[in-house]
Design a protein around this ligand. Structure first.
Ligand code: DX5
Ligand code: ZN
Length: 218
């Protein structure tokens, strides 16, 4: 399968969400990345269930929800009902990891697990047989527009190798600080899906930028 691209609407013009979604749909991107921050797990507050509900009504695109919240297990049901197609949560959160994965699957959607840049990848490796998405954070979660932490790419390669060796049906996603150069670094390390906020929404021609990322060889 080729490289996929997931625009993060954290960087979209939220006063004009309908048109921003149109722009994503027309760009050839694969998923909409929806960043949820609770002001406790990370030092920022973004948007949540009511916005997701509105968003899922105006698009048929796959919605990839990234929960940066203290207790993801508590909110899985609500996010799935609001329209999530995949939920990725943090291993550093307070929720039991296996219970949370099982809850996501019981609601009929895909599950992902992620770690902050300073957290070892081992915890994702442990749950890899149950995951459809292994997300490597290449910035400290909480804000768009930060610099790419290249040392996190080691985790991408380790995860990708484990997935191939075991034949797991799981993608490796990279999120944070993506631009033309760092997208290449991430894909060469083994990333399957590239999440991007600032770079995609600031680009004059989103379709061209998406296409450029998708043409990078793994
Ligand atoms: C960071 C978020 C990212 C963010 C990426 O906490 O998880 O998805 O929107 O934004 P850029 O691409 O600007 O680093
Ligand atoms: Zn994200």
């Amino acid at each position: 399968m080729g490289i996929t691209v997931s625009p993060s609407i954290l960087s979209a013009d939220l006063t004009d969400l309908k048109n921003e979604i149109k722009r994503i749909e027309l760009s050839g991107a694969d998923r909409i990345h929806f960043d949820v921050m609770d002001g406790i797990f990370v030092d920022n507050i973004s948007f949540g269930i009511p916005v997701l509900k509105c968003l899922s009504k105006i698009t048929d695109m796959f919605i990839d929800v990234h929960l940066m919240i203290k207790d993801p297990l508590k909110y899985i049901g609500a996010f799935v009902e609001a329209g999530a197609d995949m939920i990725t949560f943090h291993a550093e959160s307070d929720s039991d990891i296996k219970l949370t994965i099982d809850k996501i699957h019981s609601m009929g959607i895909k599950a992902g697990l992620t770690v902050k840049p300073a957290t070892p990848v081992d915890i994702i490796l442990e749950y890899l047989p149950y995951l459809q998405n292994a997300l490597v954070m290449s910035v400290e979660p909480g804000f768009g527009g930060q610099g790419f932490i290249a040392s996190t790419m080691e985790k991408v390669t380790i995860l990708k190798e484990a997935i191939i060796a075991n034949g797991y049906d799981c993608i490796v996603q990279v999120d944070g600080g993506i631009n033309g150069l760092t997208a290449r670094t991430a894909i060469e390390a083994g990333a399957d899906d590239i999440v991007s906020g600032t770079y995609l929404f600031k680009s004059e021609d989103m379709a061209k930028t998406v296409n450029e990322i998708k043409s990078i060889k793994q």
